[in-house]
Design a protein around this ligand. Structure first.
Ligand code: GAL
Length: 342
């Protein structure tokens, strides 16, 4: 090869490299310009908190990302089929809100076989299942913290407004619990920690009933009506979420009680309707479940996984978990949470 040909070759190689650099720089890992596909599977389409969480998620979608949402109508078999079909369609990553948090194996096996990472969210699977494969993650919140906060608010307000809440004046707070789904980590843990916190804080309490209302407002209204028929003196309602707390309010409204005769009612979630009820003084308190934080963490992690980017800045604990903190909301600070003020 003469000097001239050698020089020309060098120039061509440099030219090719200089053209490639910007392409590689914006590619971030996978092929440049590739549209990332995320599949989001949800246990049910009629859940207020999850609908709001997914609205937050949807607001984050950028132009190089597409998202397909599927809803399982509370059937794990349906969800397994939906996962299979999303994988066949070529999703890069799955976000799964399990129907049955104790039955993730079919989904994990499918994803693993096809090398599609899964971010589970909101309905927490047991640790052993999450450890089945390195590309499994969980995003949610610590259920026990929400229980403690609900119990804490209830204890503080029962003490401060004893005359108003302890309607029969026996010094003991007669209460009922409206529970979410049987077997859901948030139902079990919130119920236990909320009551225990009240007791630890020195409140004398007596459980006069409970009912399972599956996170649902209409079911809670029905169940609360039955509890009211059985107990003439209910002074406090601890509901595992806001929709069920609002169902309890509906029951008292429908039965024609003046608000001064209602028990003190507490929820969890800080949904738009829940916050509104706190600001109107109908709900004594709620615990804010950070849907914005969970949606952002899920989006960032999904995109990073799909683009094969580093996970260093995502904030994973033990390479597996992201849990957002809860906060207490009462009439005093609800203004900070209402949409217009955000
Ligand atoms: C809980 C939430 C409930 C319901 C449930 C569904 O965290 O507080 O309102 O959305 O998740 O799994």
């Amino acid at each position: 090869m003469n000097i001239k040909t050698f020089k020309n070759r060098i120039i061509s190689v440099l030219l090719i490299i200089s053209l490639m650099v910007p392409v590689m720089a914006c590619g971030g890992g996978k092929e440049a310009g590739k549209v990332v596909k995320i599949g989001v599977c949800v246990y049910d389409q009629y859940d207020t908190f999850l609908t709001q969480l997914l609205n937050c998620f949807n607001d984050l979608i950028e132009s190089d990302v597409t998202v397909e949402y599927v809803y399982a109508s509370q059937s794990q078999t349906t969800q397994n089929e939906q996962v299979e079909s999303l994988i066949e369609k070529g999703v890069d990553v799955l976000c799964v809100n399990l129907v049955d948090r104790t039955s993730p194996t079919t989904i994990i096996d499918l994803a693993r076989k096809n090398d599609v990472p899964i971010i589970f969210f909101n309905r927490e699977l047991v640790e052993e299942d999450l450890m089945q494969w390195s590309k499994l993650y969980y995003i949610g919140a610590d259920a026990f913290q929400s229980g403690i906060m609900q119990g804490d608010m209830a204890a503080v307000l029962c003490r401060r407004y004893k005359d108003k809440i302890d309607k029969n004046g026996d010094g003991i707070i007669q209460f009922v619990v409206l529970e979410g789904e049987a077997g859901h980590q948030d139902s079990i843990v919130r119920t236990e920690y909320s009551i225990n916190t009240m007791i630890e804080k020195g409140e004398e309490v007596e459980k006069v009933g409970y009912a399972i209302a599956n996170w649902n407002r209409a079911q809670a209204q029905t169940q609360m009506t039955l509890l009211m028929e059985k107990n003439s003196n209910i002074e406090l309602v601890l509901a595992n979420n806001d929709d069920m707390a609002l169902g309890a309010i509906d029951a008292y409204e429908k039965a024609g009680y003046f608000q001064s005769r209602w028990p003190a009612i507490f929820g969890i979630d800080g949904t738009d309707v829940g916050l509104q009820a706190v600001s109107e003084g109908k709900l004594w308190g709620t615990v804010y479940n950070d849907k914005e934080g969970q949606a952002k963490a899920m989006y960032d992690l999904a995109v990073a996984l799909a683009k094969n980017q580093s996970l260093d800045d995502i904030g994973l604990v033990d390479n597996k978990y992201i849990r957002t903190p809860y906060t207490e909301v009462t009439e005093g600070n609800v203004g900070n949470y209402l949409k217009d003020n955000k």
